[in-house]
Design a protein around this ligand. Sequence first.
Ligand code: ANZ
Ligand code: ZN
Length: 804
Amino acid sequence: MQHYNAHSIEQKWQAIWTRSGVFEPLKDLTKPKKYILSMFPYPSGAIHMGHVRNYAIGDALARYYRQVGYNVLHPMGFDAFGMPAENAAIQYGVHPKKWTYENIAKMREEFQALGFSFSQAREFATCDPHYTKIEQGFFIEMYKKGLVYQKEAWLNWCPKDKTVLANEQVIEGRCWRCDTPVVQKQMPQYYLKITKYAEELLAELKTLEGYWPSQVLRMQENWIGKSQGLAFHFNLAPKSIALLKDQYHQIEVFTTRIDTIYGVTFIALAPGHPIVGALLKGKHVDPASQQAIVEMQNTSARARALEKKGVLLPLQALHPLSQEPIPIYVANFVLESYGSGALMGVPAHDSRDHEFATLLNIPIKQVINEEGVLEHSDTYNGLTPAQAREKLSDLFEGQDLGQRITHYRLQDWGISRQRYWGALIPMVRCEHCGLVPEKLENLPILLPEDVQIDGEGNPLEKHLTFKACSCPMCDRPAQRESDTMDTFFQSSWYFLRYATPKELWDTQAFEPQALAYWLGVDEYIGGVEHAILHLLYARFFTKVLRDLGYLRLDEPFTCLTTQGMVLKNGAKMSKSKGNVVSPQEILEKYGADIARLYIHFVAPPSKELDWNDKALEGAARFLKRFYEKSFLASPCDHPPKLENLNPAEKQARQKVHLALQKCHAIFEKKQPGYPFNTLIAACMEALNALEKTTNPALWSEAYYILTHILEPIIPHVCSEVAQRLFKCQNFKSQEVDSQALEQEKIEIAISINGKKRASVVVDKDLDRDALVAQAKEQVQKWLEGKQILKEVIVPDKLVNFVLR
Ligand code: ANZ
Ligand code: ZN
């Protein structure tokens, strides 16, 4: 017997795998395929436990499907643009490119040390020039199709990073990366018209029902946020029109509750509404109000939502039906970018309006009574809200005062970033021709490398020659765009790129046949934090590229698994809490197989994993035992003869085949959610039972099956054992022997107060509760009306009921 030495076994097998290329997808595109993808990482330089978990799940699936005979694509790459590289440049003076590629090399080694079966030939980083070239081409095609446009916009601005942030990158009013309070700033930005696809993105969520976690589907649905309502306007009072120098005559609003029109007691404008701007410009508000308004304008929508604030404006509108005057406020909870940036306030029936009205002493007028029908609403009294909505919408539309519209909460995707380390937006501004896309033959437009990165502003703006170029239309001197793209742009199509062999990357985006063969992704695995943005953008890109003629696919990810967080002591691992368990240390101390076994053993993928050192030791003990006991097995080329097995041997064989059956059920999703923890438990039970036996044929069969079941989880040790015992080259899915599963039957006597009354034949390993239940059934007439004081069980022999 040899003692288990993780490092020598693991290094040996990792070297074999790297040399042999066994994890590369096959060129044969006629075989059944599985595309198993774990979300690619940002190359921070060191992987964390969340990565280990994510990739251990994906790797188990990839290895299983190779066993079953599929052609498997299991690629890995790096989401390599973004701010940390620039921050490192600022902090340590190292160039982002150098920092990034060095980190990639380190992480690649860590992946290898964990034994993940990634295709190495398809790895890329999103900052590779071949990738930039293709995606700049996509950008230009989208621009030409009207899917990209430029717009002046109020944006979240991080004064520290000097960059625009998406709403989702603002957390409680602060920058998601550096925690600086965010302010609002207006500037021209490039937008992708994702709203054009809002309806399809929403409708096709239905096709994913049952394949994606329902929680993710609900989050996407809410994010798209479809609502049906009426867009109409309030006329301004004549004096107000005069004050605004005849520039504005009305205020557009959007409501989903036109039935509450008689309950309107105020109108509220977003702080960035143009009428507010006009009032400030004309100096029509007092200094205190002006200051309050400017403060609101400088606060992000998220931060504004925390506490309601408002300022009364020197303006009035007229109620469209009663013609009564209505006061107009600036309110911080009104969003610039939702509807028309203004709303009709109905404090009696909307909780936000109610809070606002209470705060500012605005009247509250109830127009729906306790019975749920309209009141104080002129001729509409007595109608239900739904009836009133129909009638009033008809009225407004009939008189051309308003229009029924479908509104989406989803907004166009602002992709401009004023940062260096990103993919350049391939546009040029020419004094004569305006905004012009680069010529396709000039792509990629790459970043200049001689830049000064000091944390202030965009290094590209400060570069002496970068911006100067010639106009792609007229050849006269022009200015190159210095904005780079949101890194979500890169992660929106990387999964499509892997389908194409590397040799073609320089010349084409996708190899159409390979793309058609490999996509959709059969199982996509990643953190639930990507439930909204990344997954929505990736779905959007798939549809856009489909419409541009690159692919024939509506939805990119056939199945989605979101893994739970890795915690320690119930809290998310973080440096600040000092509760980080580093994969590097665990690898050092235990090796990859034990780390992987542990991760799969303590929790099923979708559940949170609370780090537990005891369970880690338990996993380590099992793995060592599994390895060391394998020296008791010797190869035997025939299966054990069933009729010669004694009861213990029969039981051991049954447990092995039960584990195998579970293995199939789990990987084939007959048992949903990949509960590998139960599979490992079944293997542990099988090994326990096996240890009570000595039959060589049985041990041989058991080890053959167990190494196959466990290879997806602990591949190194299984490869080692299978090679030594069986000269096994490739793992091939095994078949369950249904005869092995048959339970041994035994006869149990049933007595009452010590007197035998009946007997029953049951499965040998029937658990206690089931046995008692069956016994009771047999002796029911003696039990009726009596109280059972005690149930005494003599294993495999007798059940005795002690009655009062
Ligand atoms: C009056 C009203 C009465 C409303 C009532 C709701 C309930 P959803 O359903 O999410 O689409 N609204 C309109 N524009 C807004 C803006 N720019 N910022 C913030 N809120 C705005 O929300 C539609 C409702 O949100 C609209 O219907 C409007 O308030 C408000 F009992 O109008 B409602
Ligand atoms: Zn020009």
